[in-house]
Design a protein around this ligand. Structure first.
Ligand SMILES: Cc1ncc(COP(=O)(O)O)c(C=O)c1O
Length: 469
């Protein structure tokens, strides 16, 4: 142990989080319709498997792209030797055009301002290295993606200070919450270098309103700090209100020639919108030439392989394909989202109204034994080990209210989703029956005590549960 570095042995990676523990439990006993029908269903993984057939049929129609060929001639040697960390120009062009298309072509992106990275994970960490010293802080609205503890803090030494958002306003960022976070950082003697938001949000599945985005621009202008907008889910917005990129807000406010223009950076990746997390394709987009130059040098640690760039430049340049893919993928996500919401409703569970992402933010507060994070963990363990569904507890996303869970819906078949909802309903029914019986027994005792001979009582689902808190 003593021979290893502090970085290798410290636990700031966040591996102990219930978010990752749930994955480990799933790995030990994964559900399979035929091989292991009583196994754990993975609902803690934000993967998009709904549109693979579209990608596969494009590949079948375009064998050259994956076969290291151009116009039928092998370009194997060219790709094998390519190692320029600026990336393939054709790929960068196709990627920025795809990013514009997802934003309804309301904004355009310039290839000279994009840096390719091995996924958004690498992009976020690289930005931390470029923008902050160890011990400086970024403010993040809660709940946030559990991987950020690893990506932003672990190797960089940067601190995260939470902007506490609550269910009272659907977890939106308010002026008070962001100012309080800033004050909290100051109290902890942390220099705040910026704010990082995910739009659309993981885990909420909601897009940020223009109001929130304007508030953020005002805040970073006033405090003279950076804003990182992780827009990895921008192509998953399946219902109104539509997606508004931070770049669109800056354009609307005519920020091009102001200082704030250089302090806003976008993170993107093809892991969610195209469902290709294994390909490791991400990007930083920044208007600051110095950030672009530094991040390009740092990208040596996490480049995108040349054959991946080659394949995807062909795919993304096919406008007929991208247009159809974007709209069809959204349609499928919308249908799947509806299925999850209605399955949850049947089990008496509601969720935050959402319009994007690969998951729902599910409200199980009424199923907690008490309004505590201990009770949340207790419920989570029952759901993982007894119900055999791996979902992610809100505490792993740093939510400040116990009882919220992130449930993914796009990484499984429709039949598996149906089964998961059947299991969940049976579980909720069993809890409510127990609670009802306990409540009944208690009532009978009370009525005897009070010598009441006739007492007809009807308890609603909520009454029964809250009566037990
Ligand atoms: C908000 C957010 N940022 C970054 C990532 C990491 O993505 P990638 O697979 O591109 O590294 C994820 C993955 O779930 C995410 O949800």
């Amino acid at each position: 142990m003593g021979l290893l570095s502090g970085k290798a042995t410290c636990n700031t990676h966040g591996q102990d989080s219930s978010y990752f523990l749930g994955w480990q439990e799933y790995e030990k006993n994964p559900y399979d319709e035929v091989q292991n029908p009583t196994g754990i269903i993975q609902m803690g993984l934000a993967e998009n498997q709904l549109s693979f057939d579209l990608l596969e049929s494009w590949l079948a129609r375009n064998p050259d792209a994956a076969g290291f060929k151009r116009d039928g001639q092998s370009i194997f040697r060219e790709l094998a030797l390519f190692q320029d960390y600026h990336g393939l120009p054709a790929f960068k062009k196709a990627l920025v055009e795809f990013m514009s298309e997802i934003r309804g072509n309301k904004v355009t992106f310039d290839t000279s301002k994009i840096v390719l990275t091995a996924g958004a994970t690498s992009a976020n960490e690289t930005l931390m290295f470029c923008l902050a010293e160890p011990g400086e802080a970024f403010l993040l609205p809660t709940p946030y993606y559990p991987g950020f503890d690893r990506d932003l803090k672990w190797r960089t030494g940067v601190e995260i200070v939470p902007i506490q958002c609550t269910s009272l306003n659907g977890f939106q960022i308010t002026e008070t919450a962001i100012e309080e976070a800033y004050q909290l950082a100051q109290k902890r003697h942390l220099k705040v270098k910026g704010v990082l938001v995910t739009n659309p949000s993981n885990p909420l599945g909601t897009t940020m309103s223009r109001n929130e985005l304007n508030l953020l621009v005002n805040f970073i202008t006033e405090k003279n700090i950076h804003l990182i907008s992780d827009e990895i889910y921008s192509g998953t917005v399946f219902s109104s209100p539509g997606f508004v990129s931070i770049m669109e807000i800056l354009k609307d406010r005519n920020c091009e020639n102001t200082q704030v223009w250089n302090r806003v950076h976008i993170v993107y990746s093809l892991s969610k919108d195209l469902g290709l997390p294994g390909f490791r394709v991400g990007a930083i987009y920044s208007n600051d030439d110095m950030v672009v130059a530094a991040a390009t040098k740092m990208s040596s640690f996490g480049l995108v392989s040349s054959q991946t760039q080659y394949l995807l430049s062909a795919l993304l340049s096919d406008k007929k394909f991208t247009q159809n893919y974007i709209s069809e993928n959204k349609k499928r996500l919308k249908q799947r989202h509806r299925k999850l919401v209605s399955g949850l409703e049947k089990a008496g569970i509601s969720c935050l109204k959402s319009n994007a992402g690969l998951f729902c933010w599910v409200d199980m507060r009424h199923l907690l034994r008490s309004n505590t994070f201990e009770a949340e963990m207790e419920l989570w363990k029952k759901i993982v080990y007894d119900v055999k569904l791996n979902i992610s507890p809100g505490s792993s996303c740093h939510c400040t209210e116990p009882g919220w869970f992130r449930v993914c819906f796009a990484n499984m078949s429709e039949d598996t989703l149906k089964l998961s909802m059947k299991r969940l309903k049976a579980f909720v029914d069993s809890i409510t029956t127990t609670l009802h019986n306990q409540s009944n027994r208690q009532s009978i005792k009370n009525s005897r005590r009070r010598s009441l001979t006739k007492w007809v009582f009807r308890l609603s689902f909520d009454d029964r549960v809250t009566g037990e808190r």
